[in-house]
Design a protein around this ligand. Structure first.
Ligand SMILES: [Zn+2]
Ligand SMILES: [Zn+2]
Length: 316
């Protein structure tokens, strides 16, 4: 029997989506049960909440650009003229972007970014790339010395070259669209690490509210939104929280990083993570201390399995 449409086309669309999935989310492990309310919640969470910039597919206009407002107002009609007055530049090398569709990196830097993709052997646990060939299952020095609370961590790129430029602009220069664009691009290319197990929900590494106010947005949350959408699984917001304002890890010597984040995270709604397989999302992993402390809080709250995914990973 065909169900009559309700007065709410958004709900109808969500119901169609759930029916199309056989009532189940398309997570890699195929384990998450997905309901209409979850789809509606996901759609709400995916609505753009940053009106300060315009993102039209490949035609991205930064909110830093002096031409952002006229571009937004005039749509695509006068872009060639605006490009002449306000040429777009490669985020890494600074050269004007000439190629059609290239709006973030020039061709050379795009190729450099792809070359920095982590595809070789990595530490089985933390994903640290090895400089030389190793046997499968080999652990790095840190993972041999101490047990990690996360089950596995992986990253798309080595933190070098164009990846650094994009992530630095993404985190510190207000170009909030760069990280989600990069993540969507790599996921669309099927670059998700193949040894990641299926997850039921994505959890962003949280920012302290004060840091979020300073930055104007939460970069891990923006990434998590894209990841959850692409994987078709839940996004858990406000569940893992940062309870203490901490110094930026990257500015601290390695020996002080653990003390800096120790006890800085808490789980507000343990029932939402209990027994779940979670995917923790962040921009960069360096020592892995922040991810480990987040995983520790999630596991103490009952999470069954915690994996970590970052855009980039610092090389040894
Ligand atoms: Zn370039
Ligand atoms: Zn390791």
């Amino acid at each position: 029997m065909t169900k009559r449409p309700s007065q709410n086309p958004v709900r109808d669309e969500a119901e169609r989506e759930v029916r199309g999935q056989g009532g189940r989310c398309k997570t890699p492990g195929g384990v998450a049960k997905c309901h209409v309310e979850d789809v509606l919640r996901r759609q709400r969470s995916q609505r753009p909440s940053q009106p300060a910039a315009v993102d039209r597919g490949f035609e991205i206009v930064s909110n830093r650009s002096p031409a952002a407002v006229p571009r937004a107002l005039l749509g695509g009609l006068l872009h060639p003229v605006l490009d002449w007055f306000y040429p777009r530049h490669c985020y890494h090398c600074g050269r004007p972007l000439q190629e059609s569709g290239a709006r973030i990196l020039c061709g050379d830097c795009s190729r450099d970014l792809s070359a920095g993709r982590i595809t070789g052997e990595v530490c089985e646990v933390c994903g640290l790339p090895f400089a030389a060939a190793v046997a499968p299952g080999t652990l790095c020095t840190t993972c041999r010395a101490e047990r990690r609370h996360f089950d596995r961590a992986r990253a798309f790129f080595t933190y070098a070259g164009p990846a650094v430029s994009i992530i630095q602009h993404f985190k510190f220069d207000g170009d909030f669209f760069l990280g989600p664009r990069l993540l969507a691009g790599v996921l669309d290319r099927g670059w998700m690490p193949t040894d990641m197990d299926g997850a039921e929900a994505v959890v962003p590494v949280p920012l302290h509210p004060r840091r979020r106010r300073e930055r104007g947005y939460d970069q891990a949350h923006l990434l998590s939104r894209v990841l959850a959408q692409k994987l078709g699984c839940r996004l858990l917001c406000g569940v893992l929280v940062r309870t203490r304002y901490t110094s930026q890890q990257a500015l601290l010597p390695v020996e002080r990083r653990w003390d800096n984040v120790r006890g800085a995270f808490a789980v507000r709604k343990p029932a939402r993570v209990r027994g779940r397989r979670l995917l923790l999302m962040d921009d960069v992993m360096t020592t892995g201390v922040t991810a480990d402390e987040c995983a520790r809080a999630l596991k103490r709250a009952g999470a069954g399995h915690v994996q970590v995914l970052t855009l980039a990973r610092t090389a040894p």
